[in-house]
Design a protein around this ligand. Structure first.
Ligand code: HEM
Length: 336
């Protein structure tokens, strides 16, 4: 046992291991100057809000993962940041770029039904009004047979069970059960994509379109998406992340997209995949999926364990004068 009582607190991961759902909302916001206290209050309460909405539909599987970016971490007075948290690393390849875009907070809201996601997003947005600027909001839907809008089954090779937990949850002291999350919003050039034959599309992705079976080693091109994102460590062990990509779009506006979200115990794993995709392996041999998909956002966040967020609702340690007056134990009244 440590000498600090906080050290022995349980560390319950947020719902990063949640199963694939029919609906999702991705909210990315920047914290306005002076909005920090409102944000801390919401971070402490977001678990309660999620339970309040979710309990109304027990089979709706509503979850929310709340994650925090590097730049806002000190502004929110959260103490030392987890060691792997930094601004999103950009990757500039010869042809394609993974850009970084603003974002201090990410809310990854999932449920079997959009009404649950919508209700929770509404409550979160109302609580944060005036304290943050929402810089991106994507409503994703599950498409036929877990397919992305390119028509391929997406998520097959995700780790499951204990392997998934090991791949996504950090064991860094003080941050146990937390997870690093990278998001990128991709827009697809459907005209160019649909001009390819099915066989050519299969060589871009690296799997069969109808059956979802991976191409054999003989058939697998070195610049397919599967080839460039299948990576191993020095011992030949596979390095994995947990993805929960969602299709989104507005057909009337010609918008067809994939919202990429990847959880990892170490963001360097996801970053190596991005490096392979955008710079190429070897450099110059980039991921063919990028010839039909442009990344218009990019962000890295850390999703702390649930108690880390809930504890933010406790009043800050009272200043010495308040303690001597013996009023330090009074809870601040909630302004709402
Ligand atoms: C595999 C789609 C972006 C990492 C796949 C598969 C599809 C797919 C269809 C094959 C089935 C599967 O195993 O899930 C997409 C689309 C993207 C995208 C449409 C955006 C345009 C990314 C990004 C990363 C990534 C940005 C990582 C930074 C992976 C990994 C696999 C995979 C690790 C599994 C590879 C394997 O072990 O076989 N993706 N993906 N994907 N993708 Fe993506």
């Amino acid at each position: 046992a440590g000498d600090n009582a906080l050290v022995t607190d349980p560390a319950t991961p947020q719902a990063v291991l949640g199963s694939l759902t029919e609906a999702a909302i991705f909210l990315v916001a920047t914290v306005d100057e002076g909005g920090e206290d409102v944000v801390r209050g919401l971070l402490a309460d977001v678990g309660g809000l999620t339970r309040a909405v979710g309990f109304r539909s027990a089979d709706g599987d509503l979850t929310c993962v709340t994650a925090i970016g590097a730049a806002v971490w000190p502004r929110l007075r959260l103490g030392d940041a987890p060691s792997g948290l930094h601004p999103f690393r950009e990757f500039h390849g010869a042809r394609h770029t993974a850009i970084a875009t603003p974002g201090d907070l990410l809310f990854h809201i999932r449920a079997r039904r959009m009404d649950l996601c919508f209700e929770l997003a509404s409550l979160i947005a109302a609580r944060l009004a005036g304290a943050v600027t929402v810089v991106d909001e994507v409503h994703g839907f599950r498409y036929f047979e877990q397919r992305d809008l390119l028509g391929f089954v997406d998520g097959t090779e995700n780790p499951v069970g204990a392997g998934a937990a090991a791949a996504v949850l950090t064991d860094e002291p003080g941050f146990e059960g937390g997870s690093y999350v990278i998001v990128q919003k991709y827009l697809h050039d459907m005209e160019a994509w649909n001009a390819l034959t099915t066989e050519d599309q299969e060589r871009v992705i690296g799997r069969r379109k109808l059956s979802d079976v991976e191409l054999s080693d003989d058939e697998q091109p070195a610049d397919s998406h599967v080839a460039l994102t299948s990576i191993t460590d020095d011992d030949g062990e596979e390095l994995e992340i947990l993805r929960d990509n969602m299709p989104f779009g507005r057909p009337g506006a010609g918008e067809f997209g994939t919202y990429f979200i990847g959880y990892a115990a170490d963001p360097a794993v996801t970053e190596r995949m991005l490096e392979n995709m955008f710079i190429g392996d070897p450099p110059g041999r980039h991921d063919r999926i990028l010839d039909f998909s442009v990344a218009v956002t990019g962000g890295l966040f850390f999703a702390p364990h649930s108690e880390f967020l809930a504890d933010l609702g406790d009043p800050p340690a009272p200043p010495a004068t308040a303690r001597s007056l013996n009023i330090g134990s009074l809870r601040r009244s909630d302004a709402s």
